[in-house]
Design a protein around this ligand. Structure first.
Ligand code: IMP
Ligand code: MG
Length: 186
């Protein structure tokens, strides 16, 4: 069955995403232009995979890629501060410029843990780039500065462009909101 049928509405279109990813890539290119060192782009799997692959091609700088899988345990759609590494980085980031590429910042707990962990490894600089931000949902315990943000969105659960509901809808090309019955029919 076509997955678009489960969407209540589209929040961000493919065109809007493309234009914004272009801008983010240009901003990152500009910020690092006088630095000969490579940037290590860290993809937080799986949600960031689509954003990551589009963004990296818009950055005109020497970039190296690395991947992490983290699991944040919590009830339902709430994350906890309880984060486990399911896959760690392949390479050392000591002395490197690092940009963490995330799909969405919600409570901010996952990223607070991740950022603090990567800082202890001695990155030269560490920045955060997220496609989506829900600032209204931020936990008081989260301490996050977002360096590059695609879109600030209201407090709604969204899917598509890498984001899932129960592992589904990651391959939608836009970001949308599901029909309420999709949640109640599970
Ligand atoms: P946080 O620790 O609460 O910031 O959780 C961030 C993670 O929760 C993201 O990386 C997503 O995997 C997931 N998440 C939070 N909000 C949404 C949403 O609206 N749609 C899909 N996944 C979400
Ligand atoms: Mg998820």
């Amino acid at each position: 069955m076509a997955i678009h049928e489960d969407l209540d509405r589209i929040l961000i279109t493919e065109e809007q995403i493309r234009a914004r990813v272009d801008e983010l890539g240009r901003a990152i290119t500009e910020d690092y232009k006088d630095d000969p060192d490579p940037i290590v782009l860290v993809c937080i799997l799986k949600g960031s995979v689509v954003f990551f692959s589009d963004l990296m091609r818009r950055i005109d700088h020497d970039c190296r890629l690395d991947f992490m899988i983290v699991k944040s345990y919590g009830a339902g759609t709430e994350s906890s501060g309880n984060v486990r590494f399911m896959k760690d980085l392949d390479n050392s980031i000591t002395g490197k410029h690092v940009i963490i590429v995330e799909d969405i910042i919600d409570s901010g707990r996952t990223l607070t843990f991740l950022r603090n962990n990567l800082i202890t490894r001695g990155a030269k600089t560490l920045k955060i780039c997220t496609l989506l931000d829900k600032p209204d949902r931020r936990s008081p315990k989260a301490d996050i500065t977002v360096d590059y943000c695609g879109f600030t969105i209201p407090n709604e659960f969204v899917v598509g462009y890498g984001l899932d509901y129960d592992e589904k809808y990651r391959n939608l090309p836009e970001v949308g909101v599901l029909k309420p019955e999709v949640y109640t029919n599970v």
